[in-house]
Design a binder for this molecule. Structure first.
Ligand code: AMP
Ligand code: ZN
Ligand code: ZN
Length: 432
C-alpha cells in the first residue's frame, strides 16, 4: 500500500468509500527516526479566528503559503451568522447553525426562561443538538485532544446538576484531553501542548487534535482588516504554524493539517451606523444582539407596531421576520432565533442608539456570501494532493472531510459532504 493510501486508511476502496476499519493507519517516519517508530498519521484541525483568505497575499505567511502551495486551498464560505461560535460548531458538526442550535454568540431559549447563552456557557443543554466530531471519534475508539475549540469543554450529551451542586456536569463525552478556554495562554504554549500530546507513546497519543488561535480576530476587530497591526498578527500566527511544523518534523510525526478560519473581517466605522431607536419605538422591542446584524424580540402586544417599523425601507439595513429570512441564509427555523433579524450592509453597524464615540475597526457577522466574510482554508499532509485550488465551498463540508481523514464513515443527515475535496484527496487506486 502506498504511503498516501495507507495514511488515509483507504483499504481497497476509492472515493467515495466506506472505511474498512477504524484501526490506526501508519506512514513511514522520516529517515532520522525510521529505525525507532512508524507513527500513525494525526489529523490536526487548526482554527485561526477571523483569518481572511486574502491575508495570505500580504507576503508575511511563508509557512501557510507554503502549505497552500504544497497542498489544497480555496475560499471557504462561512455559515450565517458569520460569527465565531456558530461557525466553529458548524466546522465540527457539518450542520448549519439553524440545525445545530448554536445560532449566535448570544442566545435565549424559551424553554429556559431567564437564562442566556454566552461564549462562556458550557451547559450541555445548549450544545446537545448536534454531535461534534470528537465525540463521534471517541465513541469509535479514536482518541482526540483539543487545545481549545468552542464547545470542546462541554460534557457533550450530558446534563448539569441542579440544586446544591448546581453546575456539575453529569454524563456526556468530552475529548480525551481538553483545556478550559484561556485567552491568556500564548500561541506558543498552545502549540507546545499539542506537540507534547504527540510525544506520548502510540497507545495514548491522539489521532484527532484541534488547535485554536484568537489573535488575528482580535487585531481585526481593534484595528480593521487592512491595518498593519492585523498583518503583524497574521505574521505571528504564521510563525506558530512554522513552530508546529518544525516540532512535528522533529518527532517524525506525519500529520494532515486542516487549517481554517470561522469567518473573515470587514472594516467598520462610526460613520456607518444604523441606530435602531431612530427606526422603531424603543418601547416596542428589546435587542439580543447588535452589530453586523440585530436580533430583536417584540414587547408583548407591540408585535404589529414593531413589524410596521422594521419593514419600512431603511438605508443600509434589511429586516425580516424569522420565517421570511431568504432561503440562501439557511437560517430561521430554529426556535432559538429571535422573531426579527435585521442585517446591515457589509461594513455598516446596527447600534441600539446613535454612537456617542467615534470608532473604526473591523467586524463580522454579515451576509455569509459577502467577499469580506470568506474564511481561510488550507489543507496539507499525506492525504492531500499538491497544488489543488478549490472553488468556493461551504464550511459545512469540513466535518465530512475530517471524517474521511480519521476513517469515520460518512455522516448521516449532515448539511455538507466531502464532494469539494474528492479531487484533492489521494485516491486508493493511485497506490503504487
Ligand atoms: P467574536 O465575538 O465572534 O469575534 O468571537 C471571538 C472571540 O471568541 C475571541 O476573542 C475569543 O477569545 C473567544 N473565544 C474563542 N473560543 C472560545 C471558547 N472556547 N470559549 C470562550 N471564548 C472563546
Ligand atoms: Zn471568530
Ligand atoms: Zn471576531
Amino acid at each position: 500500500m502506498s504511503i498516501l493510501a495507507a495514511a488515509l486508511g483507504l483499504g481497497a476502496c476509492a472515493y467515495p468509500y466506506t472505511p474498512p476499519a477504524l484501526s490506526p493507519v501508519t506512514a513511514p517516519a522520516p529517515a532520522a527516526t525510521a529505525a525507532t517508530e512508524q507513527r500513525s498519521v494525526v489529523t490536526i484541525l487548526i482554527s485561526i479566528d477571523g483569518f481572511r483568505p486574502d491575508y495570505l497575499e500580504r507576503g508575511v505567511t511563508p509557512a501557510l503559503s507554503g502549505l497552500a502551495r504544497n497542498g489544497v486551498t480555496g475560499p471557504m464560505l462561512p455559515s450565517f451568522p458569520s460569527k465565531t461560535f456558530p461557525n466553529h460548531w458548524t466546522l465540527v458538526t457539518g450542520l448549519t447553525p439553524d440545525h445545530h442550535g448554536i445560532v449566535g454568540n448570544n442566545m435565549e431559549d424559551a424553554t429556559r426562561p431567564g437564562e442566556k447563552f454566552t461564549m462562556a456557557t458550557d451547559d450541555p443543554f445548549w450544545w446537545n443538538a448536534a454531535e461534534p466530531i470528537w465525540v463521534t471519534a471517541e465513541r469509535a475508539g479514536i482518541r482526540t485532544a483539543t487545545m481549545f475549540w468552542p464547545g470542546a469543554n462541554v460534557a457533550w450529551g450530558g446534563t448539569l446538576t441542579k440544586g446544591e451542586n448546581h453546575g456539575v456536569p453529569v454524563g456526556g463525552v468530552r475529548p480525551h484531553d481538553w483545556q478550559q478556554y484561556n485567552i491568556a495562554l500564548s500561541g506558543a504554549q498552545r502549540v507546545d501542548a499539542v506537540v507534547d500530546w504527540l510525544r506520548r507513546p502510540a497507545a495514548t497519543r491522539p489521532r484527532l487534535v484541534t488547535l485554536y488561535f484568537d489573535t488575528v480576530d482580535t487585531a481585526g476587530h481593534e484595528h480593521g482588516p487592512d491595518a498593519p497591526e492585523t498583518t503583524a498578527a497574521v505574521a505571528e500566527v504564521d510563525g506558530l504554524i512554522a513552530r508546529l511544523q518544525r516540532d512535528l518534523a522533529g518527532l517524525g510525526q506525519p500529520a494532515n493539517l486542516v487549517i481554517v478560519a470561522d469567518h473573515g473581517m470587514a472594516a467598520t466605522s462610526s460613520t456607518r451606523t444604523i441606530a435602531l431607536d431612530r427606526i422603531a419605538d424603543v418601547a416596542d422591542y428589546r435587542v439580543l444582539e447588535a452589530g453586523p446584524y440585530g436580533s430583536l424580540y417584540p414587547m408583548p402586544g407591540r408585535e404589529a407596531a414593531l413589524a410596521r417599523a422594521l419593514t419600512q425601507a431603511t438605508p443600509h439595513m434589511t429586516c425580516w421576520p424569522k420565517a421570511a429570512i431568504p432561503a440562501r441564509f439557511a437560517y430561521g427555523t430554529n426556535a432559538r432565533i429571535p422573531p426579527w433579524l435585521c442585517l446591515a450592509e457589509t461594513g455598516w453597524s446596527i447600534v441600539k442608539t446613535g454612537p456617542t464615540e467615534a470608532f473604526a475597526g473591523g467586524n463580522h457577522g454579515y451576509d455569509n456570501r459577502a467577499p469580506e466574510m470568506r474564511a481561510l482554508f488550507v489543507a496539507s499532509g499525506p492525504a492531500f494532493r499538491a497544488g489543488v485550488r478549490l472553488a468556493p465551498f461551504p464550511n459545512t463540508d469540513v466535518a465530512p472531510l475530517l471524517r474521511d481523514l480519521i476513517g469515520l464513515p460518512a455522516g448521516r443527515g449532515l448539511d455538507g459532504d466531502d464532494a469539494p475535496f474528492r479531487r484533492a484527496l489521494i485516491r486508493s487506486d493511485e497506490r503504487r
